[in-house]
Design a protein around this ligand. Structure first.
Ligand SMILES: O=C(O)CCC(=O)C(=O)O
Ligand SMILES: [Fe+2]
Length: 314
């Protein structure tokens, strides 16, 4: 296991140009960095996290009722047989999207759902703002004429962003291996991911030379992953990071909260002209986010999806 210093971007530092250079460098080298002093209210984070933890502590039969509305799942990740040691909620993070919490249900369920939904929505608002700030800095650092080109996609009314909560319970099994995969190796398909967790370790990123690098937990920080779509938009200049979550049988329950920033379904993803050069000819054909998503759903979690859109080169 390699020890690499994960790049840290301190947003309270005033020298914006320096921050932008560091951020672009981190995305080129790792596709990953940590953000501190990000200005996100920890009260909003704490309330959302508490509401989720109380959801995951419900009896299984209660949680199973939330498959439809909150995308509750257990062990099955995706629809191609990928299994993880994880329970999760997966739902649209588009605060404008149809809010189904108005459905007729018993009062007790309705209250719980509405509370959870409102805490999630508050969280999405603050985390989306931070995501857009980061995307604008990346746009500026890459020297594209419209520095808001990435954030505009995420700000669209019909953006396809998601919110996911991964809950890794403590092992009840005696003599189970000390460390097991909780969420298998993959890259995130969207534009950018903002991940945070409670103070329990688990996240690992794969460095360019293919070694796994453990990421120390920091509940006060956000971890940022470049997704496949940003890699395609920047013609491979910013790299999407492969990562996984490990589960240690002796440690405590881990909760990670993951915001995946995505464009509307119909968005055409093409490498930006400024990122195509003599030394870096165009790598990918154009595709819509909907096409890319469909491809993703047809593949195993750990597959490299972008190669399917790569242009042939002599
Ligand atoms: O739980 C984690 O730390 C990683 C989860 C993850 O990579 C994902 O949900 O895409
Ligand atoms: Fe991920």
């Amino acid at each position: 296991m390699e020890k690499i210093d994960i790049p840290i971007i301190d947003l309270s530092v005033k020298k914006r140009h320096m921050l932008i250079d560091e951020m672009v460098k981190a995305c080129e080298e790792f596709g990953f960095f940590k953000v501190i002093n990000h200005g996100v209210s920890m009260e909003v984070v704490q309330k959302m996290e508490d509401a989720c933890l109380s959801f995951f502590s419900l009896p299984s039969c209660e949680k199973e009722k939330e498959k439809e509305e909150f995308g509750y799942g257990i062990r099955n990740i995706g629809c191609n047989g990928d299994i993880g040691e994880v329970e999760y909620l997966l739902l649209h993070a588009n605060v404008n999207s149809n809010d189904t919490s108005q459905r007729v249900t018993s009062t007790c369920h309705k209250d719980r759902r509405q509370y959870l939904r409102s805490k999630m929505n508050e969280y999405v608002k603050v985390v989306r703002k931070l995501t857009c700030e980061i995307l604008d800095m990346l746009g500026e650092g890459l020297g594209v004429p419209d520095k808001e080109i990435f954030s505009k996609l995420v700000r669209q009314k019909d953006n396809d962003s998601l919110l996911r909560f991964n809950f890794y319970p403590v092992d009840q099994i005696e003599n189970s291996p000390q460390s097991r995969v909780g969420f298998g190796e993959h890259s995130d398909p969207q534009i950018l991911t903002l991940l945070r967790s409670n103070n329990v370790a688990g996240l690992q990123i794969r460095s360019i030379d293919s070694t796994w690098v453990p990421v120390s937990p920091d509940p006060n920080a956000f971890f940022v992953n470049v997704g496949d779509t940003l890699e395609a938009l920047t013609n491979g200049r910013l790299v999407s990071v492969r990562h996984r979550a490990m589960k240690d049988s002796y440690c405590s329950t881990r909760l990670s909260t993951v915001y995946f920033a995505a464009p509307p379904l119909h968005t055409l993803i093409s490498p930006l002209p400024e990122t195509i050069t003599l030394h870096r000819p165009r790598l990918y054909q154009s595709f819509t986010w909907e096409e890319f998503k469909k491809t993703m759903y047809s593949l195993k979690l750990g597959s490299d999806r972008l190669v399917l859109f790569a242009l042939p080169h002599e």
